[in-house]
Write a protein that binds this ligand. Structure first.
Ligand code: ADP
Ligand code: MG
Length: 585
């Protein structure tokens, strides 16, 4: 009887290998743009048709490929960027594994046209499912153009895993924008179905690129930072404490200009913002870490999306220390933890202001008063609030603490109520009821209000148009990235309109696409109630406090606001007695 193990035919092993690198059209966009950057081009054009299903074309004016090298470029593990194992720890390019072109070639119909500067003609290579069909001389400009058609045409199962054109385009745009963000000295253009979605001209000042990608409004919330310590530089742009997002997708992390995901650095960032922005919220941070290639292993992930640091600890502290020192310079943003660490000498290396920064951004403006109330109250663990039903509602209001908490005396002890969280819960229940009974009022503008949305935001908007309508928000496109708002629920103040809409889009981006049902509506109601609720740091009159506390009663009270923060916190009588070493009878 013959054995069971067989060596797979090459076509299958190629497809398996390609699967590691090429998951979807966006993977191809990423690899091709990386190659174009590595080739030293100053202009890169990306063109997609049908979300990349039909066509992906990346064109650069870089160094091109030598005629005899062209067939080699599509061989597995063929690269010009690496010669020895030691070179793996001295990588200055984005690519080095020699896997991208062969992987792309084996799952598509690919054409490469390329010409080097000292040749008067170029080379064309046509390839199908990894097989070279034709290779010939051709007239073409200096540089390289790679055209990829019909991705996964030969692996139909894999094609089934792809999502809609819109979603796939979105993934491609993400990769494109991340690469463009870290390479402002290169001009980039992104065309989809004949429409130019992004045109980024080369710029000396990285700020110009960042503003083009993130939008001017978001950029107002950013400040620059730079920290240098012999062989490590940490620099970039970070949001001020007055800004926060519902998702972590405003965190862009680059190690030696390579976009990566890294848990340790994420932790360092979140740690730096702890007690500065509300729990569960995320800052916006563009972080560039530069260190000698020997201090970081880039070869640990098939798509090079993760790296490993030789000295993780050092990177963690450099990132956290630098970001914390931004908050330190903002009065009112200090934190006892930071103060402690200052004593430990963590801040001995002061970050300097980045030479990148041309403009200066006021650290204290930006409606600081609006957001201060979002600071998370510290509820000690183990003291989870428990409020046993409506009959135990506090009987006496004692006053307001720090302009943020209402202090009451109840049967069970002393109760602190977070005025914002409480009001948010009340409004949420009210709006939810109005929505369900069709009594949510909306207001129509005589003159529609224009709003500019980023590509990512417009994707979300268009995915939830129905829900926006149901909520009384009428909004439609009137131009490139510009939308006209025609009506809004009447609780939104026109002054805050854009901020609220963007807030809703931000919260919606947090939802998993598959989970529809009432969740999007719920999310919108939460955002609206949060927006309309009284903030912290806001002095209330006694009657106002009474009304707020009384309004809490009719609802089936839960211990948290719709965002999940605690509404109240009880110090039980027993606890007080214990503190004063009284014997309770
Ligand atoms: P890697 O980038 O890891 O070296 P690839 O498979 O992406 O591997 O590319 C193989 C080789 O083809 C590269 O090392 C490079 O020499 C060449 N190449 C690919 N794309 C380009 C381009 N746009 N311009 C010039 N050379 C390129
Ligand atoms: Mg490559």
């Amino acid at each position: 009887m013959s054995g069971k193990i067989e060596i797979l035919p090459e076509s299958i092993s190629r497809a398996i290998a390609a699967g590691e690198v090429i998951e979807r059209p966006a993977s191809i966009v990423k690899e091709l743009v990386e190659n174009a950057i590595d080739a030293g081009g100053s202009e890169i054009i990306v063109e997609l048709k049908g979300g990349g299903f039909q066509l992906i074309r990346v064109q650069d004016n870089g160094e091109g490929i030598d005629r005899e090298d062209v067939p080699l470029a599509i061989q597995r593990y063929a690269t010009s960027k690496l010669k020895s194992v030691e070179d793996l720890y001295g990588i200055h390019t984005l690519g080095f594994r020699g896997e991208a072109l062969p992987s792309i070639a084996s799952v598509s119909q690919m054409t490469i046209k390329t010409r080097i500067s000292d040749s008067i003609s170029g080379t064309i290579l046509i390839c199908e499912g990894g097989e070279i069909k034709r290779i010939a001389e051709v007239g073409c400009p200096i540089g390289t153009e790679v055209e990829v058609k019909n991705i996964f045409y030969n692996i139909p199962v894999k094609r089934k895993f792809l999502k809609s054109i819109r979603t796939e385009l979105h993934h491609s745009l993400n990769h494109f924008l991340r690469l463009s963000l870290s390479h402002p000295s290169i001009s980039f253009r992104f065309i989809h179905d004949g429409r130019v979605l992004y045109e980024h001209l080369k710029a000396e000042d990285p700020w110009v690129r960042i503003e083009a990608i993130l939008g001017r409004e978001t950029c107002h919330h950013l400040t620059t930072f730079e920290f240098e310590d012999r062989d490590i530089t940490v620099s970039g742009f970070a949001s001020l404490p007055t800004f926060s997002k519902g998702t972590a997708d405003g965190i862009y992390l680059y190690v030696n200009r390579r976009f990566v995901k890294d848990r340790v650095i994420y932790r360092a960032i979140l740690e730096a913002y702890r007690h500065v922005i509300p729990t569960g919220k995320f800052p916006m941070v563009l972080l560039f870490i530069n260190l000698p290639p020997s201090a970081v292993d880039v070869n640990i992930h098939p798509t090079k999306a993760e790296v490993k640091f030789l000295d993780q600890e050092k990177v963690f502290h450099a990132v956290m220390g630098t970001l914390r020192s931004i908050h330190e310079s903002i009065p009112g943003a200090t934190d006892p933890v930071i103060e402690d660490q200052k004593k430990d000498g963590l801040y001995s290396k002061k970050p300097t202001r980045s030479p990148w920064q041309k403009k200066s951004y006021p650290l204290l403006s930006l409606g600081a008063q609006e957001n201060n109330g979002n600071r998370t109250p510290m509820v000690k663990e183990g003291l989870n609030p428990e409020w046993k039903g409506a009959e135990n509602i506090p009987v006496r209001i004692l006053g307001q603490v720090q302009g943020t908490y209402i202090l009451c005396e109840g049967e069970e002890g002393v109760v602190f109520i977070d005025q914002h969280a409480a009001h948010e819960r009340i409004l949420f229940e009210k709006y939810k009821n109005q929505f369900e009974t069709g009594t949510l009022l909306s207001e129509r503008f005589l003159i529609p209000v224009p709003i500019e949305l980023s590509i990512a935001e417009s994707f979300i908007l268009e995915s939830y148009l129905e829900e926006f309508h149901a909520m009384g928000i009428e909004i439609d496109p009137v131009g490139d990235k510009t939308y006209a708002i025609r009506s809004i629920p009447s609780m939104i103040h026109q002054r805050d309109l854009k901020e609220v809409l963007k807030g809703i889009l931000d919260e919606l981006s947090f939802l998993k696409r598959e989970r529809r049902g009432t969740e999007p509506i719920q999310t919108m109601l939460v955002t609206l109630s949060c927006h309309s609720a009284i903030r912290g740091n806001f002095i209330l009159r006694k009657e106002e406090m009474e009304e707020l506390v009384n309004n809490l009663t009719p609802f089936n009270l839960t211990a948290t606001c719709p965002h999940g923060r605690p509404i109240f916190f009880i110090i039980h009588g027993g606890e007080l007695a214990k503190q004063f070493k009284r014997n309770r009878r």
